[in-house]
Design a protein around this ligand. Structure first.
Ligand SMILES: Cc1cc2nc3c(=O)[nH]c(=O)nc-3n(C[C@H](O)[C@H](O)[C@H](O)COP(=O)(O)OP(=O)(O)OC[C@H]3O[C@@H](n4cnc5c(N)ncnc54)[C@H](O)[C@@H]3O)c2cc1C
Length: 349
């Protein structure tokens, strides 16, 4: 950290282990938590240390087990009614207590709204450095965390180090790292942690939780139907929405159409948008520029529809459909509906 020096001689060698904050809502872990435990396992193997998970919430003991199944060796659990919904102070007090007592050398969180808020609050209090929005993580022979993230208008990748403080902290984008296969034969240690604030000390009160209407959660979607400039205008997104609804998915977009104002920025996939890892990704009227591809190339199946047989998107597509999207998409919607009807009729008999 620039300008800040540790006070006195601190023996950082007692800090060992890679800790992941397991973010959850209503007892459901965010996929980024498992992805980060997967990445922590790789870093921990290089450092020859354990993977630690930190679970905070209410009635979250199942998540402790799940953390172990996903790769954690030790899980710290703070389970209390007061922690049912995320609030900065009670959550950060628990994190600070666990970090100071159990001394992980690296702490990772998802670059979600909660992760960004919590990581900042903790890093300021410890104090230590924090790299936000990392897209690559590694460690060097001096046990330093190499946290890389796009910088200078996303034109280059900057690797940021925290040399003088521990733990080294980073938030990381969802969809970038790979989770390990869930292994129910794994075992680990679960350590219960008491809440660090009395209910009366907490200045904020949760009255009601309201989901934002109209926003899209691309990072967690299993099916994404994404459109680009080939749609010719905003109206064609209605057709994509129809297909996405039929498949239980959401609508994504290239930056070109976001810049044109055809759809909101929260739909943008790519380097300056969201990195996604759905089971099925439709790239419709999208050329396949590298800045788009980096954000969706890890999708399990990619279906590309483009009238140009030489469009770069076809190089990474599992299914390539060459033709006019205005003929192809209605045909696909019709086929999906017919298949659904056939299945319903089969169920009747
Ligand atoms: C620093 C930086 C960051 C960037 N970040 C991102 C990012 O995060 N995400 C992103 O997407 N881009 C990003 N870009 C922009 C990127 O370089 C491309 O310009 C953009 O992805 C192109 O969008 P597109 O594929 O929709 O448009 P185009 O490249 O114009 O492609 C349109 C495609 O539609 C096809 N088409 C046209 N009509 C039809 C039809 N009727 N039927 C079928 N196909 C048809 C065409 O053949 C063409 O291939 C970034 C650029 C920079 C410089």
């Amino acid at each position: 950290m620039i300008g800040l020096q540790p006070e006195g001689d601190i023996d950082w060698s007692s800090y060992r282990g890679v800790m992941v904050f397991v973010e959850q809502r209503n007892g459901q872990a965010k996929p980024v938590s498992w992805q980060l435990i997967g990445e922590a396992t790789r870093l921990a193997a290089k450092l020859n240390v354990k993977v630690m998970a930190l679970v905070i919430g209410w009635q979250v003991s199942e998540l402790a087990e799940e953390s172990i199944y996903h790769g954690a060796d030790e899980v710290y659990v703070c389970d209390s009614k007061e922690l049912e919904h995320y609030r900065t102070r009670p959550y950060s007090r628990v994190c600070l207590h666990v970090i100071r007592k159990y001394k992980p050398e690296i702490v990772l969180m998802g670059a979600t709204n909660t992760g960004r808020d919590l990581a900042g609050a903790i890093a300021t209090h410890l104090p230590t450095g924090l790299t936000a929005d990392s897209t690559q993580l590694d460690v060097d022979e001096e046990r330093l965390l190499l946290a890389s993230r796009p910088a200078f208008s996303e034109k280059m990748l900057a690797t940021i180090l925290c040399k003088q403080f521990k733990p080294q902290m980073a938030t990381a984008r969802a969809g970038v790292f790979e989770q390990l296969p869930r292994d129910t034969t794994r075992t680990g240690e679960v350590i219960q942690v008491p809440p660090q604030m009395d209910p009366g000390e907490i200045a904020t009160e949760m009255i009601e939780f309201l989901e934002t209407k109209g926003s899209v959660n691309l990072a967690e979607a299993e099916v994404i139907v994404a459109g680009g400039r080939g749609l010719g205008g905003p109206a064609a997104f209605e057709m994509l929405k129809e297909l996405a609804d039929e498949l239980g998915g959401v609508v994504g977009a290239s930056r070109a159409v976001v810049d044109l104002g055809w759809i909101g920025h929260d739909h943008q996939v790519g380097q300056t948008g969201v990195t996604v890892r759905p089971k099925l990704y439709f790239a419709i009227g999208i050329s396949g520029a590298v800045q788009h591809v980096v954000g969706m190339q890890n999708s399990s199946y990619i279906v590309a529809i483009n009238k140009d047989a030489n469009a770069p998107i076809f190089k990474i597509a599992n299914y390539a459909i060459v033709g006019d999207l205005f003929q192809i998409i209605p045909a696909i919607i019709q086929a999906v509906r017919t298949r659904k009807l056939e299945r319903l009729q089969l169920l009747k008999y």
